[in-house]
Design a protein around this ligand. Structure first.
Ligand code: ZN
Ligand code: ZN
Length: 360
């Protein structure tokens, strides 16, 4: 017994010594960890590590309603080794680094519509893609008519900053001609029409009209590359066009709003006397899609997997996530995934596999 006691005391002493050492040398340990972190971040190349194919990385899965764990709407699409972005909400650009996605390599942005939550991060993306990549041409921003006005406004807002960057770093490091975005507007597709808006290097992107009224124009996109396909709904009420655009696609990324939860918020807000906010919560119900409706669209479109994003309202933990998805699971045989920031869906070329990973 005495022997055991001595061992225990020695162990306790060693643990205390180690804790004391860690406390004493915390700055040195922190500096070592920082050095390692910088080296690891520089070595990291998530895109090069992907197999040939089409890949989707969730750079922002939130909505206008605040959610500390979700950036604003942003879906990165990687075709081979080329990086594109669909919508760019607040905070989304700041996920790129932790996800191992090089902002300077973004080759194009596709906008679904011009609600602020879908463009809040565009100025930041344009700036970081320019300064990070040293490009001599502005970034192509592809969207329905109206995209030029958005870019004109951002150019005005960033004029002074851009001048500061050039003055400070020089024209060789940040060529003035590469600042900002270049609008590539397309006319809104007719109902049911699939309009090709990008066709280069084996990647074809088609836009289709969705129902986000009174917000017009509003479109979704279908990406086809290497025998794989992804459909992104954009913001829409339940819309059969999304199912038709999918037509057996591999992955459907669909927006989702839980109407019961929003009604709970609306009642609470109304009871607190804020009729104005209650009205806004009532209004948003009619131009979004519930998870149950999105499941029906995925089933109708025979999607290989359904990923729900643009999550309204915030779902802070697994229990609330389960409540958010309540009622789904009966109509659709594929997996339904409630997206989180950092999720990766990898579709290797000419296969029917969908591999999942977390990039952060
Ligand atoms: Zn919207
Ligand atoms: Zn939105």
């Amino acid at each position: 017994m005495a022997k055991r006691g001595k061992w225990f005391a020695a162990l306790l002493f060693a643990a205390a010594l180690a804790a004391g050492g860690i406390w004493l040398f915390q700055a040195q340990i922190g500096a070592w960890m920082f050095d390692r972190g910088v080296a690891a971040a520089l070595e990291r190349d998530e895109i090069a590590a992907l197999p040939e194919g089409l890949h989707v990385a969730m750079c922002g899965t939130g909505s206008p309603l605040p959610d500390p764990s979700r950036a604003g709407p942003c879906t990165a699409v990687i075709a081979g080794d080329r990086l594109f972005v669909v919508d760019i909400g607040a905070g989304a650009v700041r996920n790129f680094g932790p996800m191992g996605l090089p902002v300077g390599d973004v080759e194009g942005v596709f906008l679904t519509h011009f609600h602020s939550d879908h463009i809040d991060g565009l100025g930041e993306l344009l700036l970081l893609r320019w300064t990070g990549g040293g490009h001599t041409d502005p970034l192509p921003v592809i969207g329905p008519t109206g995209v030029a006005r958005v870019l004109d406004g951002l150019a005005a807002a960033y004029t002074i900053d851009s001048r500061h960057r050039v003055d400070h770093h020089g024209e060789t490091v940040v060529p003035p001609s590469g600042s900002g975005g270049q609008p590539r507007a397309f006319a809104v597709p007719q109902p049911g029409e699939m309009r090709t808006v990008y066709d280069e290097g084996g990647l074809r992107v088609q836009a289709f009209r969705v129902d986000h009224g009174p917000v017009r124009p509003a479109v979704g996109y279908r990406f086809d590359y290497a025998g794989r396909s992804v459909v992104i709904s954009g913001d829409t009420a339940r819309e059969e066009t999304v199912a038709a655009a999918c037509g057996g696609c591999d992955l459907m990324v669909h927006e989702a709003l839980n109407a019961g939860m929003v009604r709970t918020m609306e009642r609470a807000v109304a009871a607190s006397g804020d009729g104005r906010l209650a009205q806004i919560l009532e209004d948003i119900l009619n131009y979004h899609t519930t998870p149950v409706e999105a499941e029906a669209i995925a089933a109708q479109g025979e999607a290989g997997m359904l990923v729900l994003t643009h999550i309204v309202p915030a779902v802070p933990n697994r229990f609330v996530e389960a409540a958010f998805l309540a009622g789904t699971g009966d109509r659709y045989s594929g997996d339904i995934v409630l997206a989180r920031d950092g999720m990766l869906f990898s579709l290797p070329a000419d296969s029917d596999r969908i591999d999942r990973d977390m990039l952060m």
